[in-house]
Write a protein that binds this ligand. Structure first.
Ligand SMILES: NC(=O)N[C@@H](CC(=O)O)C(=O)O
Ligand SMILES: [Zn+2]
Ligand SMILES: [Zn+2]
Length: 435
């Protein structure tokens, strides 16, 4: 199959400006990027993009697809449809399912289900410890053979330093990154929000910055001699940013991701105790938020990942103290970041796109994330002018748990192509998504 995208605009890699280009896709590959390309044969499907922005397909290195075991929250099918609608062509999924993805068999099951659904490329992580219980290392070699791209106990921190050190040795020998949910239970236990202004005002138990940062610091020390690629999940505290910056300056292979919500919100923005604003790590202080933006700009923080964490509305109705941690992110990430970071001059469009495409591919060694001839045909077309209100009722994800409902944002993905196949086309949908 041939697909010709006419009259789109792409980022010029040297100037960072948008320039008009046509893109010809043949099968699963970008065959040609040029000007005035015409459909040579009548078989070619032609789509006129009328000046819309074409990016390499977005990559999200941190999502929860919830299957197996929590299908009431999300399935691989609904989660990857949400990914496609959000402009993502590749997502890496977390193993904190039921059962936990801690064996080669379960890894293979996830990959098979994702291929069957076909809406996005799914790259699974395997657990560091059996059942994420922190007691015994998993068979990482077998899981690697089955297709994992890294190991993580996301959802919980690895409490034992000895266990973490052994995990790093094993992962390094297999060439796998260790992807860490940094949380010291002795400091975090029982908390539901950041240990700051909001917690004090509503007399809620707080989670201090150090609950994250002591793990970041410990792990950087543990990884130093081993040489393993160590990646910090959903970085939230200013101290953690400082530790990663120092490690990078020493030349250590440490990378980090930040979520859209930690970049855009802080604890003082929470209107009242409402679990739509509850996630782990929690929204921090405005000074932490500023440190995250600074870290993103100076390259300390490598990439943006959503930590898409769907839960049911019933679960979220249990209130700030009892509801589970987590908010969805796949269907709102790009327009939120474009509106609040790019249109406000915090990041350029080229910088934002880089942190959601080329950079995640680079740090995890994936052959995606660049728009170039000969590369896999993963593309996202975004209408930078289209402005709409975020309405969770229109989500393709089963999760409706977001603090961003009602926000008016610009820059919505309108067409997503993965491996040459259209996985989301707004023009085809009968649904209307807000005004
Ligand atoms: N981020 C969250 O608040 N929740 C995640 C777990 C995690 O990412 O640690 C979840 O699985 O719901
Ligand atoms: Zn986590
Ligand atoms: Zn997570």
């Amino acid at each position: 199959m041939k697909l010709l995208l006419q009259n789109g605009r792409v980022l010029d890699p040297t100037t960072g400006e948008l320039v008009h280009k046509d893109i010809l896709i043949e099968g699963q590959t970008i065959a040609k990027i040029g000007t005035d390309l015409n459909a040579a044969d009548p078989e070619t499907e032609v789509i006129d993009l009328s000046g819309k922005f074409i990016s390499a397909g977005l990559i999200d290195m941190h999502v929860h697809l919830r299957e197996p075991g929590f299908e009431q929250k999300e399935t691989i099918e609904t989660g990857t449809r949400a990914a496609a609608r959000g402009g993502f062509t590749t997502v890496a999924c977390m193993p904190n399912t039921r059962p936990v993805i801690d064996s080669a068999e379960l890894v293979k099951e996830v990959i098979a289900k994702a291929e069957q659904a076909g809406y996005a490329r799914v790259l699974p992580y395997g657990a560091i410890t059996v059942r994420e219980a922190g007691q015994e290392l998993t068979d990482m070699a077998a899981m690697k053979e089955a297709g994992i791209i890294g190991v993580t106990d996301d959802g919980v921190g690895v409490q034992s330093s000895k266990m973490m050190k052994e995990a790093m040795r094993k992962a390094h020998s297999l060439g796998l990154p260790v992807v860490a949910h940094c949380e010291d239970d002795s400091l975090a236990k029982g908390g539901c929000v950041h240990d700051g202004q909001f917690a004090a005002r509503f007399r809620l138990k707080g989670i201090p910055n150090e609950a994250e940062a002591v793990h970041v610091g410990r792990d950087i020390l543990l990884a130093e001699d081993i040489g393993v690629h160590y990646h910090v999940c959903h970085i939230s505290a200013a101290q953690s940013v400082r530790l990663v910056r120092e490690a990078k300056a020493r030349g250590q292979k440490v990378t980090a991701e930040v979520t859209p919500h930690h970049l855009l919100l802080c604890d003082e923005d929470i209107p009242e105790p409402n679990a739509m604003w509850k996630m782990n790590p929690p929204l921090r202080s405005s000074r932490d938020r500023e440190a995250l933006i600074e870290g993103l700009k100076d390259g300390t923080i490598d990439i943006i990942a959503t930590d898409h964490a769907p839960h049911t509305l019933e679960e979220k109705a249990a209130g700030m103290e009892r509801a589970p941690f987590g908010i969805v992110g796949l269907e709102t990430a790009f327009p939120l970041l474009y509106t609040h970071l790019v249109l406000r001059g915090v990041l350029t469009l080229a910088e934002l796109v880089d942190k959601m495409t080329r950079k995640p591919a680079e740090i995890f060694g994936l052959p995606y994330g660049v728009l170039a001839e000969g590369k896999p045909a993963d593309l996202t077309v975004i209408d930078l002018e289209e402005e709409r209100t975020i309405d969770p009722d229109t989500f393709l994800s089963k999760g409706r748990n977001t603090p961003f409902a009602g926000w008016r944002v610009k820059g919505w993905p309108v067409l997503t192509i993965m491996n040459g196949k259209i996985t989301w086309n707004q023009a085809d949908t009968a649904l209307t998504f807000g005004e």
